[in-house]
Design a protein around this ligand. Structure first.
Ligand code: TRP
Length: 358
């Protein structure tokens, strides 16, 4: 059986280290494993427009930002097709047909969309395109016959909706579409990295992100200003680990080798945590340790970014080739779907025969 993987991101801003631990790192692992036929990563500009219709410039600017972020962390265009959603018009056509298979009340029950409507203060003025984007996401997934969709848990309702559409479509029109399965990040603790201010989520609007493109100076000022434990005032005071952002980041990024190299007083994170809880470990010390680790992590990414920023034509060609390939696959699926729906009048001689037999 064909094994295709598809995932994507809305290009509404540069990617941050939360994206790395939440999704980019597992994409890299999948890429290295190579256990697939085709692997697609889609820049979901059309979906981003569903709640940014008045700001096309923002989306346009971030197409290249996101593409360079992918390439800088090591997504390999020889192994993965990176493409732009709006350039594959087959996706909008599929969305139109799938819309017939979904009810308004079903869309209204989608918990992620409900939450997004709240945070965006749409109240009664929800754009229809935004309300129905789960249908378009089903088109994204099925157009590429993706059986595996690596996503965060907030995307589960979209995958569930996609499976429902696939089942309904296949029941009515015949087996054409493939039912997808989500692939969640393996490490629960890494599912969501908090912001540097301790807020549960890193988000551009909160201004609490560490970007993959941050310079050393930016990184330093962010790490040294990070939220720790407000009750840990003097070095000798016992400190708390839970909700302490520095430790959450150390959980995600530090290794025993980092301790051996930069913090030999402790063998590993468990030992440091115990000492911190007891009292006697200063916040500046743990922040400097984290800074070193994050700088080691970001510096090869910065190098690669520099290369791609100086070779934008290469980035452009990667996107163009990825998009052309993606379109060729989506075209075939659309054709199969339309055949199944009997929308194939001009390449099906049966049309006239059926008419004559009446
Ligand atoms: N909804 C996803 C996000 O906000 C982006 C996306 C669009 C996507 N289409 C997709 C993800 C298809 C996985 C599969 O990040």
């Amino acid at each position: 059986m064909l094994k295709n993987i598809l995932t994507g991101d809305r290009p509404t801003g540069k990617l941050h280290i939360g994206h790395y631990v939440g999704s980019l790192s597992s994409r890299l692992k999948l890429q290295e494993k190579g256990d697939y036929d085709d692997f697609f990563i889609m820049i979901a500009d059309a979906q981003a427009l569903t709640d940014n219709a008045d700001n096309p410039k923002k989306i346009r600017e971030n197409i290249l930002n996101v593409a360079i972020d992918y390439l800088s962390v090591g997504i390999d265009p020889q192994k993965v097709h990176i493409f732009v959603q709006s350039e594959v018009s087959e996706l909008t056509e599929l969305t139109f047909y799938y819309s017939n298979l979904v009810t308004v009340s079903r869309l209204g029950r989608n918990p992620t969309v409900k939450q997004e409507i709240k945070t965006r203060n749409f109240e009664e003025s929800i754009p229809v395109g935004f309300f129905t984007y789960p249908i378009s996401q089903a088109a994204d997934i099925t157009a590429f016959k993706a059986s595996i969709v690596p996503v965060g848990d907030d995307q589960l309702p979209m995958i569930e909706q996609t499976r429902e559409i696939v089942r309904t479509f296949n029941r009515i029109y015949g087996e054409v579409l493939v039912e997808p399965k989500e692939l969640l990040p393996a490490n629960e603790a890494c599912l969501r990295l908090p912001g540097i201010d301790g807020n549960a989520k890193m988000s551009k609007s909160l201004g609490n992100c560490i970007y993959l493109s941050d310079s050393y100076e930016q990184l330093k000022s962010k790490v040294m200003g990070m939220y720790t434990d407000p009750l840990h005032i003097k070095v000798e005071d016992p400190g708390h680990i839970k909700g302490n952002t520095v430790f959450t980041y150390l959980d995600a990024f530090s290794t025993d080798e980092d301790f051996a190299k930069y913090y030999p007083e402790y063998r590993n994170l468990d030992e440091l945590k115990k000492a911190y809880q007891k009292g006697g470990v200063g916040d500046v010390k743990i922040k400097k340790f984290l800074l070193q680790i994050l700088d080691n992590f970001l510096s090869p990414i910065r190098e690669k970014r520099k290369y791609y920023e100086e070779h934008l034509d290469e980035v452009y060609n990667i996107l163009k080739e990825g998009t052309m390939y993606a379109e060729s696959i989506a075209k075939q699926t659309l054709k199969d779907a339309k055949n199944a729906m009997m929308l194939n009048y001009f390449d099906d001689e049966q049309l006239l025969k059926d008419f004559n037999q009446k």
